[in-house]
Design a binder for this molecule. Structure first.
Ligand SMILES: NC(=O)c1ccc[n+]([C@@H]2O[C@H](COP(=O)([O-])OP(=O)(O)OC[C@H]3O[C@@H](n4cnc5c(N)ncnc54)[C@H](O)[C@@H]3O)[C@@H](O)[C@H]2O)c1
Length: 351
């Protein structure tokens, strides 16, 4: 029998601890060390029965893990991942892949040059609900995809913003939250050719946006909109609709993505599909609803199990560095479009 993959955790905060909760229950992998300079990390490592290091480079040198999970602050992602690739250690890197496309390009080049696998933690793609939605779109169940309506509208409590970096430029909901929705839209609907956008901080007045309206033109010809705000008492978001994470009380009936094509429509996360009985159906005929099924499962655990196989070189990463860089490029295009008032195309990423 293959021995469990020895995984080290770099960054044992909120997200790192969530990864640990799944890792501890896997038979195919085991935690072997924690690296985190924070004040609580040493006691967590002791509680989990593994070695503790303040510095991840020392951990890499002394522990020689088979793989690492990087869940430290966004600005450290690229540098930390480069250190791991330099010693040949496969990485599960939390999203966003980096903060600027310029640094991420270096990571794309390094992961290609070293051939050490990196999986980026856009975990929603591992959710069986999204796997089924992707299958439906690929199978042509909606005909020609034509319009895409995406909503991310909820309210973060004021206390969320007591942590200073959350009020500072660059850390707003585009990079923190809408990056998930944009990644799923790319995954489900294809690449985006160009965007137009307006952002605003009119509610809270912080350096970050609290509201965004984005228009998207997809390469396949579909047109879309994404309307987001973290300052509204509203139920339309993946977080509240999907039930993926129980800390968000669920709004079972409320969609966050509405995809419409010439042959049908789909609401997500409900996975309710509509179509006409005949190919020539139109607005005077009954539009028939179908409830699509899927086997609900935990996306973070599925991502971790996939990562074990990625680290063992059994499968390619579902979300590569280059793939995640394309989502970051889309965020940068939205920022540029909002600043200039012009339509902007995401930068092309090779690889
Ligand atoms: N996939 C998701 O849905 C999701 C959700 C939340 C957060 N995240 C991502 O996870 C990452 C961490 O977010 P969080 O909410 O856990 O933040 P957090 O502040 O709770 O945790 C960050 C941890 O990193 C540690 N740290 C700081 N400097 C470090 C260093 N040099 N080396 C190692 N550790 C260091 C901190 O001490 C802290 O324990 C972020 O990149 C965030 O975008 C992803």
């Amino acid at each position: 029998m293959t021995s469990p993959l020895r995984i080290a955790l770099i960054g044992a905060g909120n997200m790192g601890q969530q990864h640990y909760q799944h890792l501890k229950d896997l038979t195919e992998a085991t935690l072997c060390a924690v690296a985190d300079p924070g004040s609580q990390a040493a006691s967590l490592a002791a509680e989990w029965g593994v070695g503790y290091f303040a510095d991840h480079r020392q951990m890499l040198e002394h522990v020689k893990p088979d793989a690492v999970i990087i869940a430290n602050p966004n600005t450290l992602h690229v540098g930390t991942a480069l250190d791991c690739l330099a010693v040949g250690v496969p990485v599960l890197l939390e999203k966003p892949v980096g903060v600027h496309l310029s640094e991420v390009r270096e990571l794309v080049a390094m992961s290609t040059a070293t051939d050490v696998p990196v999986l980026v933690g856009h975990h929603r793609r591992h959710n069986p609900l999204i796997v089924r939605a992707h299958e439906l779109l690929q199978s042509g169940a909606l005909g020609r995809l034509t319009t895409v309506t995406a909503l991310w509208q909820l309210r973060k409590p004021d206390g969320y913003f007591e942590i200073p970096w959350r009020r500072e430029a660059g850390a707003g909901m585009l990079l923190t939250n809408l990056i998930h929705d944009l990644d799923l839209l790319r995954h489900l609907c294809g690449e985006v050719l160009q965007v137009q956008a307006i952002t605003s901080n009119v509610v809270r007045g912080f350096a970050n946006e609290d509201c965004a309206a984005v228009l998207l033109q997809f390469a396949n010809g579909a047109l879309g909109s994404l309307t987001g705000s973290d300052a509204v008492a509203a139920p339309w978001s993946w977080e509240l609709g999907s039930g993926e994470n129980p800390v968000y009380p669920r709004q079972v009936d409320q969609p966050c993505y509405l995809l419409a094509g010439t042959g049908g429509a789909l609401s997500i996360p409900q996975l309710k599909r509509w179509h006409y009985a005949g190919a020539d159906g139109g607005w005077h005929q009954a539009l028939l609803p179908v409830q699509e099924n899927f086997n609900a499962d935990d996306a973070l655990r599925l991502q971790l199990q996939h990562f074990v196989r990625v680290a063992r070189r059994e499968v390619e990463p579902l979300v590569s560095v280059a793939d995640a860089a394309r989502t970051l490029a889309l965020i940068e295009a939205i920022r540029e479009a909002a600043e200039t008032g012009r339509a902007c195309a995401p930068e092309l990423i090779e690889g």
